[in-house]
Design a protein around this ligand. Sequence first.
Ligand code: N2P
Length: 381
Amino acid sequence: MSKRKELERLVGELETGGISRRDFVWRAMGLGLSLSSVGALLSACGGGEKARTAEGAAAEGELGPIEKELRIYNWSDYIADDTVPNFEKEFGVKVTYDTYESNEEMVAKLQAGATGYDIIVPSGYVLPVLVATDLISPLNKKYLTNWGNVSPIFQNLPSDPGNTHTVPWQWGTSGIAYRTDRVKSPIDSWAVFHDPRFRGKMTMMDDGREVIGAFLRYRGHSLNSTDPEHLAGAKADAIKAKPQLKAYLSAPVKGQLISGDVWISQLWNGDTTQAKAEQPNLAYVIPKEGCTIWGDLMCMPKSARNRRAAHEWMNYILRPDVGAALSNATGYGSPNAAAANLLDAPVPYPTEEELKRLEYQVDLGRDTATWDQIWTEIKSA
Ligand code: N2P
């Protein structure tokens, strides 16, 4: 069957309720359609329209009294010690808090049918997929009375136009952390991961988007490139770096940087700040070729059972003192403008000049599968 015919058949099935919107999205993308074309098709289909209207009505309705529990799934080392206990005490809610190390780990768990989470915290580029595959619910703004505290920079993000599905958590960059007492000349380039002098003393993140993205930037390309030649080059560079690396490790590398088992790591700015509190001989650099800037956003999975508690949690995080305590503990930037005066060491949002070297990740659409394949090949090389 031609692709066009196959697509028409899929649209027919969607309209008659033969397949779910989620299956439709995956199968249409399998036929080579971009997410935005799939989105356009969904809105042209009656079923999609009905679903969205119903969703909109639910988002505006009453949520009922606060539930007794809340299940949160967030990145590790990304919260202050008292954020959860204070919420539990004030709201009488028992919080279960699980952690992940990458967006891909979290999405894989969700797509495998993990239900039970009320809050997840993906990076912006993941949002289009979560919305298109119907994995998250729109939020009921009525319960987000502290929304006005969000800095205008973090409102109406390209990943969530109209702020319908998310509340910003924190933001940061993915550069290089290194031990200044072990590495004699300052590091300024991704080229360091090819340097045999540091063999076995270096790590890169356990995150395909970040590792491939870093080597794309190294060769002067966008870290969102889908050009096969660019990707082949990045793959070759990543494989060339592999013998010099001790491991692919993200947040948990901090202990090894502190002890000196590892000297140089691809790492986020805030996690470096956390490690620096215990090991002052640590520096963080944004390589001259540039790197990722990201913002992580709270959202509510479709399967969430504790929906009122989820909204109260997001509204609580938007308080100035709670938002400031988060950033003071994690070293990341706060999207909360009202928290600005309460920050110990504010991370200023990058200037225009700095933003030229920083790049937000975007959803790669059907090229996600190609990237996944390349990452698998790098890891097994
Ligand atoms: C984890 C914080 C990093 C989040 N410690 C990356 N988006």
